[in-house]
Design a protein around this ligand. Structure first.
Ligand code: PLP
Length: 365
């Protein structure tokens, strides 16, 4: 790898800081902070010039590769301000590693993981005043890599830009954790084995839009994706991993190439194992889930993801049948997982697995 720990990140702070929105007015992803992190890749030279600069549009030739062939990857993580005033990143290392894994899947040259992690720290340090204060709010961090060769023709680009932007986001649940209605899609698929399902790449999200639109038109919040071959086994839900409690077993689909290796999935699985619960990463068919629902053994179902932490599923629609799960209420285990993760993120409980890392902020004069 071309970068060592001591690679210097240059910092140019804005001369025109913008007013920060009130915490209560924040939603998701609408307001960007004052700075961005940028680094470039040139074949023969490697990744170079890591820097924090004032936030600004990227200038692009209309023939830039990413605009035509979608060679792009991204990730998403959060920084939280605890009551103790400390700012913590949640599982920065794992997000950095996943970004590199996505790069590999899209033929993008990998970066030094340590430098990716430092890019998160550098941007949060520069924009530390943008980390909102109210419990439930956070600073969303969006690292992205795009192919920047200017030419038409499908090939892996010889040049790339890595950038990290940030957005202060409001509490996902303003009035407590709330169950959603999910439609099982049997006419659209998101990914197949051998495809891009486990990469966080733009194409997967473009592929999800029409199914999502159909689900919303039918009164549902999100889509539950089935496997792309038999349309029988459960993959994931919307932009979250899926878990369910059937009897005394918690089941989640395995990481077999078609779903994202969710950081929240990994964290919740770890916690449940710590608590001594029976947790299985195994294939589960939609028929098994519906049957358990009819019999009353499907006790809870929830999605996991950075945006919501957990999102309980209160209703499942499949082939005209409606399954109400847990009386449409948030289940006990779902709520327990939410509370446990949030407490770690805001520094309110023991971080036994070392998932959080503090971002040191310069003391202003
Ligand atoms: C397709 C997909 N699955 C699952 C997840 C959940 O992953 P994480 O817990 O790392 O946010 C996300 C969100 O990043 C996603 O986009």
């Amino acid at each position: 790898m071309s970068f060592q720990n001591e690679t210097k990140i240059s910092v140019t702070l804005t001369q025109n800081p913008r007013p920060k929105p009130a915490d209560a007015s924040l939603s998701f992803g609408k307001v960007m902070t004052d700075h961005m992190f940028i680094m470039n890749y040139t074949e023969g030279k490697g990744w170079h010039d890591p820097r924090v600069v004032p936030y600004a549009p990227l200038e692009m030739d209309p023939a830039t590769q990413v605009l035509h062939y979608g060679q792009a990857v991204f990730d998403g993580l959060k920084a939280f301000r605890g009551k103790d005033g400390k700012i913590r990143l949640f599982r920065a290392q794992r997000h950095a590693e996943r970004l590199n894994k996505s790069c590999k899947a899209l033929c993008i040259p990998e970066m030094d993981v340590d430098l990716i992690r430092r890019s998160f720290e550098a941007i949060v340090e520069a924009d530390n005043e943008w980390v909102p204060h109210t419990q439930g709010t956070s600073l969303y961090i969006r690292p992205t890599v795009i192919a920047t060769d200017v030419m038409l023709g499908v090939h892996p680009s010889h040049t790339y830009t890595y950038f990290v932007i940030c957005s202060p986001v409001g509490a996902y649940y303003k009035e407590g954790v709330k169950p959603v209605r999910i439609l099982v899609s049997d006419n659209h698929v998101r990914a197949v084995q051998g495809g891009l399902g486990e990469a966080k790449t733009a194409a997967n999200y473009a592929a999800s839009l029409s199914a999502q639109q159909e689900a919303q038109a039918a009164g549902y919040t999100q889509v539950l994706w089935l496997d792309g071959v038999e349309r029988k086994y459960i993959d994931e839900v919307g932009t979250m991993n899926i878990m369910m409690r059937i009897g005394d077993e918690v089941i989640t689909p395995p990481l077999a190439g078609t779903i994202l290796d969710g950081v929240t999935r990994n964290s919740t699985l770890q916690l449940m194992r710590d608590w001594g619960l029976k947790v299985s990463e195994r294939r589960i068919s939609i028929d098994e889930v519906m049957e358990a629902g009819r019999k009353g053994t499907l006790l809870e179902m929830w999605g996991t993801g950075t945006a919501a932490v957990v999102s309980p599923v209160g209703e499942l629609g499949y082939k005209g049948e409606k399954l109400i799960i847990g009386n449409g209420q948030t289940g006990e285990l779902t709520q327990k997982l939410y509370d446990a993760i949030v407490a770690i993120q805001y520094g309110q409980s023991n971080d036994a697995h070392g998932w959080t890392s503090e971002v040191k902020v310069p003391v202003s004069a």
